[in-house]
Design a protein around this ligand. Structure first.
Ligand code: RUQ
Ligand code: CUA
Length: 649
C-alpha cells in the first residue's frame, strides 16, 4: 500500500482507527480529521506517518529481525529489534557488565581472564565486526563472533542465552581489524592484523619496518558441537607489512577463498618528528593497494603437511612458503580501499576506495583464470605475485566520493555506504548502474541489510550506521550518540524510516538476522546450570541441601535463591577466610531473576532462573555486611536480604 492509500485507509475506517493497533489510547477517537489534526499539531508529513506505520511495533508484538551491532569502544554487543529499533540487550563481552554480573563472579572473571594478553587483564575492548555463524553461507542463529581491534582478541557469544562463552587471544599479532568473518560453514573465524609489528611480540625498531615487521591472518578453528574456538587446531599465515584492513570469506562461486584489503603498500610508518611525512600522507602515495586473495583450503592442506613455524604458540605458514605454495596473490585495488564484500552468489568481490569514487567489482572467475594461467603483472618486494588489475575486474560503478562498505538485497542490488558524501548508494550488480542515493546524517560507516551478508539476502531493511549525529537529537553535551538510521529498501527509491541514537562507543558493523532463526532458552534447565558450559555446575545446590562447609581452601557456602529469600540468609566467617559462595537460583519460572550482592565487596551476580554462579573472595575486613537481591523480583524483594558477618580474628 502506498503512503496516501495507507492514510486513507486509516481515515476511512472511521472512529476505530482501522489498521492502527487499538491498545487503547488515541486510536479510539482517531477519525480521518483526527489524524490530520494530530499530524498538524506534531508537524508530521505524510511520509513521517508512513514511516511510523512501518516501524511502530505495538506492545506485545515482536520484531521481524534482530540487529547485532558492535558496541565499539564499549566492548560490548548491542542487540536491537528491527523495524522498531528497540534496544533489547547489551551483551558484556570484553568489558565487565554489572547488570549481567559479567566480570563479578568466578565463571565470568575466568572468562575475562582468558582474554588477557601477556598476562595483563584487559577490561575494555574496541569491538568492530560481529559475524553470525553460518551454515552453507546462511546465518544459522547459533553463535555470533566479535573482535577487539585494540587488543587482538575474538569472542564467542552463544545465542542460546545471549551470553559470552569464550575469548581467545593470540600474541602473534598486536592489533587487528579484518575480523571477525566466518567461512560459509563456520569452519574458521578469520582475524587479520592491521598495524604490522614484529610477529610474536618481539622488539625491533620501526626503522627495520620492511624486514622485521609483518602482518598475519589467523584462521581460528571453530568446533560447532562444543561451541568453542580451538587454539590448538588454529593456524595463521604471515603477510607482508602492509596494513591489512577488512576481510570477507568467499562463498558459492568463491568458496574456499578469503579476500583481505590492504592500505599502505608504501610501507610508511610515520615519524613526523623524525623527518618523515606524517603517517596518513606516507600511506596515501600510491594509486593502488593490494587486495589479498588466499585459497584457504589449499593453505589448510599446507598446514596439515607441517610446513609451518610456531610463533607465540601458533602454527604459522611463513610468507616464503605461502608464495612458493601459491597461497597468496595480490590484485591492485584503487586508492585507500576499506570494505571488501563478496556478493551473494560469490561471483563478485566489491571493494570501496575511501579516496575513490567507485565501487570496484572484482570477478572470482577472472581471478581464478589468471591464477591458473600464471598471468602476473609483477611481484611485490616479498615475491607475492600481482595479478593485472584490468583483467581481474568485471567493472566499476561510479557511486560518489568515499565508498566504504557494501551490502546486498534479494533483487540484485548492492548498497554501498559513501562516507565523504554521507549517503547510501543503491546500484545494480547486473549492469553496475547507480539507481538511487539517500542522504544520511552524518558520516555513514558500515551499513547492515537484512541477511545482507548471506547467500540469500532478504531485502526490506537496511541500517545506516552513522558516526556523527549533529542536529539529530536533544543536546547531551559535546559527546554525541551515534546514529543508526533505518531505511526501507523495498521500493526503487530508498526511504528513511527512523533515527535511533546509540549511546555507546562507536558501533562499527552490525548483522541483521531473521528473528525466527534464533532459538533462545528462557530458563536454565534443570536448575544449577553453569552459563558458560551450559552444563550442570559441580557446585550446583538443590533446595533443602543448603549448607556451609569449612575446607582446607576456605569456607564453602552452598546457597539457594528463590522468591523471596536466600538460604542461608546469615553467613558467618572469620577475618582472613577465603569464602566460596555457590548460589543456585532454583526457580524455573520465566524472568524470575534474582541478583546478589554483598556490601563493599565488589560482588554482583545475576541469577537468572536455573542459573548457578560461584564467587570467591577473601573476607579481609571484619564487619557486618548486608547482602541482598538486586532485582525487584517480588512484593517482598526488599526483604530478600541477609547478613554476611566477618568476625575479627
Ligand atoms: S570499520 S567504517 Cu569495519 Cu572497523 Cu569501516
Ligand atoms: Cu530476589 Cu529481589
Amino acid at each position: 500500500m502506498c503512503g496516501a492509500a495507507m492514510l486513507l485507509a486509516l481515515g476511512c475506517n472511521g472512529s476505530n482507527g482501522g489498521g492502527a493497533s487499538a491498545t487503547g489510547s488515541a486510536s479510539a477517537s482517531l477519525g480521518g480529521s483526527g489524524l490530520r489534526d494530530m499530524m498538524e499539531k506534531r508537524g508530521l508529513s505524510e511520509a513521517d506517518v508512513v514511516a511510523a506505520l512501518k516501524t511502530y511495533t505495538p506492545t506485545g508484538k515482536h520484531d521481524e529481525y534482530y540487529l547485532f551491532a558492535s558496541g565499539g569502544h564499549g566492548g560490548n554487543l548491542i542487540v536491537m529489534g528491527v523495524p522498531s529499533m528497540r534496544i533489547l540487550k547489551y551483551i558484556g563481552v570484553f568489558t565487565p557488565e554489572p547488570w549481567q554480573g559479567y566480570g563479578y563472579g568466578d565463571q565470568t572473571n575466568a572468562l575475562l581472564k582468558q582474554g588477557s594478553r601477556d598476562g595483563k587483564m584487559l577490561t575494555w575492548g574496541d569491538m568492530h565486526h560481529p559475524a553470525l555463524s553460518e551454515t552453507k553461507g546462511d546465518y544459522d542463529g547459533e553463535y555470533i563472533f566479535v573482535n577487539d581491534k585494540a587488543n587482538p582478541r575474538i569472542a564467542v557469544v552463544s545465542l542460546k542465552d545471549f551470553a559470552t562463552t569464550q575469548i581467545v587471544a593470540s600474541e602473534l599479532i598486536e592489533s587487528e581489524h579484518g575480523a571477525t568473518f566466518v567461512t560459509p560453514d563456520t569452519e574458521y573465524v578469520i582475524e587479520t592484523s592491521q598495524y604490522p609489528t614484529p610477529l610474536g611480540g618481539r622488539f625491533a625498531d620501526v626503522k627495520q619496518f620492511n624486514d622485521e615487521y609483518r602482518g598475519a591472518v589467523i584462521f581460528w578453528k571453530f568446533d560447532r558441537a562444543k561451541g568453542r574456538l580451538v587454539p590448538e587446531e588454529s593456524w595463521a599465515m604471515e603477510l607482508p607489512p602492509y596494513m591489512q584492513d577488512l576481510a570477507d570469506a568467499g562463498k558459492l562461486a568463491s568458496d574456499g577463498y578469503i579476500f583481505i584489503n590492504s592500505i599502505n603498500t608504501e610501507r610508511a610508518y610515520g615519524g613526523n618528528m623524525e623527518g618523515n611525512p606524517p603517517l596518513e600522507s606516507g600511506v596515501s602515495q600510491n594509486d593502488m593497494d593490494y587486495l589479498h586473495v588466499i585459497p584457504w583450503r589449499k593453505a589448510e592442506a599446507v598446514v596439515k603437511a607441517g610446513k609451518t613455524e610456531t610463533i607465540a604458540g601458533m602454527r604459522v605458514i611463513p610468507l616464503e612458503t605461502a608464495v612458493a605454495e601459491g597461497l597468496l596473490y595480490f590484485v591492485p585495488e584503487p586508492k585507500s580501499p576499506h570494505g571488501v564484500d563478496v556478493s551473494p552468489d560469490g561471483q563478485d568481490i566489491i571493494v570501496g576506495g575511501k579516496l575513490d569514487t567507485h565501487a570496484t567489482v572484482f570477478s572470482i572467475e577472472k581471478i581464478k583464470a589468471l591464477i591458473s594461467a600464471g598471468t602476473v603483472a609483477g611481484k611485490d618486494p616479498y615475491g607475492v605475485p600481482i595479478l593485472p588489475f584490468q583483467e581481474a575486474i568485471r567493472g566499476q560503478c561510479e557511486i560518489g566520493l568515499g565508498p566504504l562498505h557494501t551490502q546486498f538485497d534479494n533483487e540484485g542490488y548492492a548498497y554501498t555506504s559513501v562516507f565523504i558524501e554521507s549517503k547510501v548508494a543503491k546500484w545494480s550488480l547486473k549492469d553496475l548502474k547507480l539507481v538511487d542515493k539517500l542522504p544520511t546524517h552524518y558520516n555513514i560507516g558500515h551499513l547492515a541489510a537484512a541477511e545482507g551478508d548471506t547467500v540469500s539476502p532478504d531485502g526490506k531493511f537496511l541500517v545506516a550506521m552513522n558516526k556523527w549525529a549533529i542536529d539529530r537529537f536533544a543536546p547531551v553535551g559535546p559527546l554525541l550518540p551515534q546514529n543508526f538510521q533505518l531505511v526501507d529498501t523495498t521500493g526503487q527509491k530508498m526511504q528513511l524510516l527512523y533515527d535511533s541514537p546509540i549511546p555507546l562507543g562507536e558501533p562499527h558493523y552490525a548483522q541483521m538476522i531473521k528473528a525466527d532463526k534464533i532459538k533462545a532458552v528462557d530458563i536454565y534447565k534443570p536448575a544449577g546450570i553453569n552459563a558458560l558450559t551450559h552444563q550442570k555446575d559441580e557446585h550446583a545446590v538443590e533446595g533443602g541441601k543448603e549448607r556451609v562447609v569449612r575446607a582446607a581452601d576456605g569456607v564453602h557456602v552452598y546457597m539457594t535463591a528463590v522468591r523471596s529469600h536466600f538460604t542461608p540468609d546469615i553467613v558467618r566467617v572469620k577475618e582472613g577466610d577465603t569464602v566460596h559462595l555457590h548460589i543456585t537460583n532454583i526457580e524455573q519460572a520465566k524472568d524470575a531473576t534474582h541478583g546478589f550482592t554483598i556490601a563493599s565487596q565488589n560482588i554482583h551476580l545475576s541469577l537468572e532462573p536455573g542459573k548457578h554462579a560461584n564467587v570467591t573472595f577473601v573476607a579481609d575486613r571484619p564487619g557486618v555486611y548486608p547482602m541482598y537481591c538486586t532485582e525487584f523480583c517480588s512484593a517482598l524483594h526488599l526483604e530478600m536480604a541477609g547478613y554476611f558477618l566477618v568476625e575479627p580474628k
